[in-house]
Design a binder for this molecule. Structure first.
Ligand code: ARG
Length: 245
């Protein structure tokens, strides 16, 4: 009886230690936004999903972390990294000189750019050069917003999400939207985008990176290393093909 009790206690202890160790797995606090399909969006079950979400989970695992993904406004992400509420942010975020003044970025994980989107029945705007004096919608805090505000004489409205900017275009509240090329391409294939079209060439060559606090070059190194492993072992391609085919 005594022996049995000892065995029981040892096994209980083993289970407890094991759980403790699992709990101790380092958590990576990741921030993203929720309306930028196919990079990040909320699915039918209310869960955050998308290319960025799969990628950061795989990167975290490769680097020995468990990703805890939180959703917030795009313009809140860099402040949350800066105040260390987040360890990193992944949200189709373009690596820019301006942002590099406040945060570090990993190596680029996706090549993007910007497109001008208009309604199909618009024959007047044939590209960025025709936006002078027009009404443009964009998402707040984005490179698309900078590009919109650089148009002389345009009336620019910034929305919290890109989805709202596109809704305003369809509702004829604005004449054009400037947004990221892969997101525009995805939108055109959806039902909501069937009455819209891209005009002109790709504006700007942009690259997406993961934003990290200036104090944490160690995390940049770890995620860069993980990214190069996932590129070599086929995981990156698997995730890419899942969302872009
Ligand atoms: N690439 C653009 C930027 O960095 C837009 C990103 C918007 N991302 C999002 N999840 N809404 O400014």
């Amino acid at each position: 009886m005594k022996k049995l009790l000892t065995i029981l206690m040892i096994s209980l202890f083993a289970v407890a230690t094991c759980c403790y160790a699992a709990d101790k797995q380092k958590v990576l606090r990741v921030g993203t936004e929720g309306a930028f399909a196919p990079f990040e969006f909320i699915d039918e079950k209310g869960q955050i999903t998308g290319f960025d979400v799969d990628l950061i989970r795989a990167l975290a695992e490769q680097a020995g972390y468990k990703a805890d993904v939180q959703v917030m406004g795009f313009d809140a992400l860099i402040p949350a990294v800066k105040t260390k509420i987040l360890d990193c942010a992944i949200a189709g975020m373009t690596i820019t000189e301006e942002r590099k003044k406040v945060v570090l970025f990993t190596d680029s994980y996706y090549d993007a750019g910007l497109y001008v989107l208009v309604r199909k029945d618009n024959n007047d705007i044939k590209g960025y050069q025709d936006l002078d004096g027009k009404r443009i919608a964009c998402q707040i805090g984005t490179t698309g917003e900078n590009k919109s505000r650089a148009v002389p004489g345009a009336r620019v409205t910034s929305y919290n999400t890109n989805v709202e900017a596109c809704m305003e275009l369809v509702a004829k509240g604005v004449d054009a939207v400037i947004n990221d090329a892969p997101v525009v391409a995805f939108y055109l294939k959806s039902d909501a985008g069937k009455n819209c079209k891209i005009v002109g060439d790709l504006l700007e060559a942009e690259q997406y990176g993961i934003a990290i606090h200036k104090d944490n070059p160690k995390l940049v190194k770890e995620l860069n290393k993980a990214l190069s492993v996932l590129r070599k072992n086929g995981t990156y391609n698997k995730i890419f093909n899942k969302w872009f085919n």
